[in-house]
Write a protein that binds this ligand. Sequence first.
Ligand code: 4NP
Length: 154
Amino acid sequence: MTKILMVCLGNICRSPLAEGILRVKAEKAGLDVAIDSAGTSNYHIGEHPDKRTISNAAMHAVDVANLKARQFSVSDFDEFDHIFVMDRSNYADVLSLARNDNDRRKVEMILNRVYPGSDMSVPDPYFGGEQGFENVFILLDKACDVIVSTLHKS
Ligand code: 4NP
C-alpha cells in the first residue's frame, strides 16, 4: 500500500483539504492508498480544520470535519512513501528534519505535480477570505488528479 502525507504549516487549512480530496479520488479510483496530513508547526495540534476549510470542502462533497491537526515528526519519513508540502517554507522546514537522501527524495512541492519544476506554492489562505479557500481547492484538486493518475500506473 502506498502511504502519502500532506504537509502545511498549521494542518488546519491546506493539508487537511489535500488529504480529503485525495482520499475521495483514491476511493473513486479503487486504489489502496493510506493518506494522512500534518503541520510543520505546533500551533493547532488537536484542533479540527478551520471552519472555512470544512465548509469549502463540504461544497465540493469532501468531508474533513473530523480530522485533527498533528505536528510533522521525523518518524513520518519512515512511515510515508511520499510527503507533499504546500509551500517553500514547508519544504525548507521538512527538509531540515531529513536524516539522509532517502528521506529527502520523498519530499515534493505538491504543485510540481501539475507544473513540473515551477516550485509554485499553494497560497496560505488563513489570513484571507473565502475566495482564498476556493483557490486552494482548485489547485489541490488538480494536483490530486495527477497524483492519482500516477498511482494508477505504478
Ligand atoms: P495551513 O494554514 O498551514 O494551511 O493550515 C495556516 C493555519 C494557521 C496559521 C497559518 C497558516 N497560523 O499562523 O496560525
